[in-house]
Design a protein around this ligand. Structure first.
Ligand code: SAH
Ligand code: SF4
Ligand code: F3S
Length: 437
C-alpha cells in the first residue's frame, strides 16, 4: 500500500548546481511525495533543465517531445519544467508545450509547494520566475548518505562573453555564514564523509556580507566545527585565486588536494575577448604557487575550442597550455552560441569542421596525459571513499581518492560510504584499478 503518498520523479539535465536543486525540490515535497525512478508512472514529474550549450537544450526539447506521449498514457501526471531553460523561456514553454503544468525558475524553487497547491485548486498552468526568494536554508533530501552538495553562493557577476549562466542564475549572492555552518554541522552529525561547496565562482564568496567573511575564512570555520573528513569546492575562477586561498589549500586539514580551475583557452587574445580577466602567464603563475604549497594536488579544467575568431595560432596556444598544465582531466567543449551573451555579436565563426578537428586534437592529447598521470599511481597505497558496487562484476567496487580520481577495486566486503585503503595496480585513461589492502 502507498498510504496515500504520491510518487515524484525528477530528471536532472545540468551541472552540480542543478543536481543540488533537484535534491532541494525533493526535500520541499517530502511531506507528500516519495522519490521514484519510474518517470512513466510518476504522479509528479519535474524536468530540471540546463541551457549552457545548445546540446543541453536539445536534450530537453527531445525529452519534452517524448513526454507528450507519456502524458497521454498517464493523464493524471503533473509535469513541471525547472532550472535554467525554465528561467529564460518560461512563457514560450507554456505557450508551445501545453502538456506542461508548472514552470519555475532557478530562484523560485521555494515557491513550488504553493504553485502545486494552486494548480491542484484551479487546474491552470502556473509560472514563477521571480527573484525575491530568500537565499538561506534548504530542506534537502539527499540521494547520498555520505557525500553532499552545499550551496554557498548563487548566480554570477563575471559575464564571460560566451556564457548564459549570469542570465539564467542571476547576479552573484553569498549565503549567510551561519546558515552554511548550520547545514554542515548537521551533515557532520549525520556522519557525512564528504562535502562539496557549490558556487559559480566560490573564491569571490563573501562579497556583500557584513561583516565580510572571505572564502578561505569560511572554509577554516567549516573545518573547525565539523568532523567531515573531506571538503571540496567548485568552481574557482583563476583571476580570484588569492594567496590566502593557496595557503588555505595547504593548511586546512580537511581540504582535498584537488582543484578544478578552468583555463578555457591558452591564448591571451581569446581570453581577453572571453572577458576572463587573466592571461595564460597569470594562470600558470598561480598554478605554480599552488603546486609549491600543495605538491600532491591534481588539477582539472574546462576548455573551449572554436571560440569566434580563434586562429590556428590561438588554438596552438591552447594546445600548448594543455601540454603544460598536464591536467588530471578536462571537460572539453566546442563553442556554442548562447542567446543574450556578448559573444553572440562576434561574427567570425570558426567553421564546424575546423572546430571538430581542434576538439579531437585536444581530446587525444589529454587522453595521453591522463593515461601517463594515472600510471604514476601504480604501486602506491591510497585512501578511498567507497561510492558503491561497480558494474564490473562480483566483489567489484568503485571509490575516489583524495585527489578525486576514480578507483575500481576488488574487495571481499561492501564498504560503501566508508574509507578503505587500496593498492593501485593499473592506471587507465579515466580511472585507476587496484586491490583492497
Ligand atoms: N562557473 C563555472 C562553470 C560554468 S559552465 C566556471 O566559470 O567555471 C561550465 C563550463 O561550460 C564553462 O567552464 C565553459 O567551459 C563551458 N561553457 C560555458 N558556456 C559555453 C558556451 N557558450 N559554449 C561552450 N562551452 C561553454
Ligand atoms: Fe559563466 Fe564565467 Fe560565470 Fe563561470 S564565471 S558561470 S563561465 S560567466
Ligand atoms: Fe548549470 Fe546548465 Fe544552469 S551548467 S547553471 S544547469 S545552464
Amino acid at each position: 500500500m502507498n498510504n496515500g503518498r504520491k510518487k515524484l520523479a525528477i530528471v536532472t539535465l545540468g551541472c552540480q548546481m542543478n543536481k543540488h536543486d533537484s535534491e532541494w525540490i525533493a526535500g520541499l515535497l517530502s511531506d507528500k511525495y516519495d522519490l521514484s525512478d519510474d518517470s512513466e508512472n510518476a504522479d509528479f514529474l519535474v524536468v530540471n533543465t540546463c541551457a549552457v550549450r545548445e546540446k543541453a537544450e536539445q536534450k530537453f526539447f527531445s525529452l519534452i517531445g517524448r513526454l507528450k506521449a507519456l502524458k497521454k498514457q498517464n493523464r493524471k501526471m503533473i509535469l513541471a519544467v525547472a532550472g535554467c531553460i525554465a528561467q529564460e523561456w518560461a512563457e514560450e514553454i507554456i505557450e508551445k508545450a501545453p502538456d506542461v503544468d508548472l514552470v519555475f525558475g532557478t530562484r523560485s524553487i521555494d515557491k513550488l509547494p504553493l504553485m502545486l497547491e494552486k494548480f491542484g485548486e484551479t487546474g491552470l498552468p502556473q509560472v514563477d520566475t521571480s527573484d525575491d526568494s530568500v537565499y538561506d536554508r534548504f530542506p534537502m533530501r539527499r540521494v547520498s548518505k555520505f557525500t553532499a552538495w552545499v550551496s554557498i553562493m548563487r548566480g554570477c557577476d563575471n559575464h564571460c562573453s560566451y556564457c548564459i549562466v549570469p542570465m539564467v542564475r542571476g547576479g552573484e549572492q553569498s549565503r549567510p555564514v551561519d546558515s552554511i555552518l548550520e547545514e554542515i554541522k548537521e551533515l557532520s552529525e549525520k556522519g557525512y564523509k564528504e562535502v562539496t561547496l557549490l558556487g559559480q565562482n566560490v573564491n569571490s564568496y563573501g562579497m556583500g556580507l557584513s561583516p565580510v567573511v572571505d572564502f578561505p575564512e569560511l572554509m577554516a570555520r567549516i573545518d573547525a566545527i565539523s568532523s567531515i573528513p573531506r571538503l571540496r569546492f567548485v568552481t574557482s575562477h583563476p583571476k580570484d585565486l588569492s594567496d590566502r586561498l593557496v595557503s588555505a589549500m595547504r593548511d586546512i586539514p580537511s581540504l582535498c588536494p584537488s582543484l578544478h580551475l578552468p583555463i578555457q583557452s591558452g591564448s591571451d587574445r581569446i581570453l581577453k575577448i572571453m572577458n576572463r580577466g587573466y592571461t595564460a602567464d597569470h594562470y600558470f603563475a598561480r598554478v605554480e604557487k599552488l603546486k609549491e604549497a600543495v605538491p600532491d594536488i591534481t588539477l582539472t579544467s574546462d576548455v573551449i575550442v572554436g571560440f569566434p575568431g580563434e586562429t590556428d595560432e590561438d588554438f596552438e596556444a591552447t594546445h600548448q597550455a594543455i601540454k603544460r598544465a598536464r591536467y588530471d582531466n578536462i571537460f572539453l567543449f566546442k563553442y556554442s552560441p548562447r542567446p543574450g551573451s556578448k559573444a553572440l555579436n562576434l561574427k567570425e565563426m570558426v567553421d564546424p569542421v575546423t572546430a571538430q578537428e581542434r576538439f579531437d586534437i585536444i581530446l587525444e592529447e589529454q587522453k595521453e596525459i591522463s593515461f601517463q598521470n594515472h600510471k604514476t599511481w601504480v604501486g602506491k597505497e591510497v585512501s578511498i571513499l567507497v561510492d558503491g558496487a561497480s558494474k564490473r562484476g562480483e566483489n567489484s567496487y568503485a571509490g575516489r581518492t583524495d585527489q578525486n580520481i576514480v578507483v575500481n577495486f576488488s574487495s571481499q566486503k561492501d564498504n560503501s560510504g566508508n574509507f578503505t585503503r587500496v593498492m593501485i595496480t593499473e592506471g587507465k585513461r579515466h580511472s585507476l584499478t587496484g586491490v583492497e589492502v
